[in-house]
Design a protein around this ligand. Sequence first.
Ligand code: ZN
Length: 447
Amino acid sequence: MDSALTVHDPGYVAVRDGLVIAVGAVGGTIGHCPDSGFGEQPHPATTIDCTGCIVLPGLINCHTHLPMVAFRGLADDLPLMEWLTKHIWPAEARMLSPQFCRGATLLAAAECVRGGVTCVNDMYLFEAAIGDALEQAGLRGIIGEGVIKYPTPSAPDWRAGRVLTTDLLAQYTGHSLIEASVTCHAPYSCTPEILQAMHALACEYSALFHIHLHETHSEPAQIDWLRDAETPTAGLARLGVLGPRTLAAHCVWCNPDDIALLAEHRCGVAHDPQSNLKLASGVMPLTAMLDAGVAVGIATDGAASNNNLNLWEELQLAALLAKGAAHCAGTDGGLPLLDARAVPACQAVALATRDAARALGRRDIGTLAPGLRADICVVDTRAPHLQPRHPGAGSAYALLAYSAQSSDVRDVCVEGKLLMRGRQLLTLDADEAAARVQRMIRSGHQD
Ligand SMILES: [Zn+2]
């Protein structure tokens, strides 16, 4: 799967020093990369037989809060603001610490790897501890300390949050696995001063600027700095904080003018369909975003509002909502826009791979092509629910988009290093991670 979504059947992927060096059809020569050193006859040190499998780029989760796996099932069936202010923020104030975030991230990382996820874009608190855990797991991550106008367990004020962000940027410059982002929680929880100062920091480091945006219908009323009739997206544009490395999460209530602004500023958007449905926030207008040329990637949001980190469910739901959720696609002469052709299977898979990388402003991941990072997911298609296989590329994408489950992922490799083989985790102990989180929950604080 390259940028044109080519399928080689049967095919191979050759990897060296953490990079893909060649991709092609079995029986062809490894001629795609003259510098591979493999010549006409490859002699790899390790060969993994993927007969009966589909080999694709690892999945990319464009927006999540990994340690929130610890709050899975804590409070459910509530709207966003009540869920946040009455349950999640109080639990975080009571329990969060670097140890808590590190331990919960190891559990989250195990869930990600078992589901074929090789890169996560995370926004949370004590993000240095989250970076440590991701390094231990070998999982690629973009990590951002959530800066907000209120005191948090990790920072007494937003300036302290900015210091933590600057530390992360310094620590991870040039790192092969971890990238630091600059992260503001949301337009309603940050002042214009905070938004502009943090965005300036992002520009200084060419870092991703990550923010929640227009998640709920009522969001404009919660932002005290918006002008009359101004939308949150237009407000951010006026402040000058939209740009090619801005990743806006949710964008459920963006109107056509907002979508045009996101496209004009070449922003990325994270689409979180399950979380948006569960919190009754709504359905993002995915087709309109794609038609406008906005780079959209798929995401889970945190596991407390989802309630898992399973990107297969998300990409399937994204495709189905785009086809059948007529109310969010608008109308055509009074008739609802129902369109079975909207977001076809290959597009759905791209939302979790190629397009997700684009949304994050990353050119080195998301497809399998020479010179890109060797982040790979192997899906075993021998189970009954993935049979049979019809000729042609369409069948492979249809299996991945509509039939595959996270438990079908057999092997995962990040930066050329195997993190799971034959469903055995090689860098993480999921049972130990789960037990540690359970102990932290029981003790009401840290391990
Ligand atoms: Zn979120």
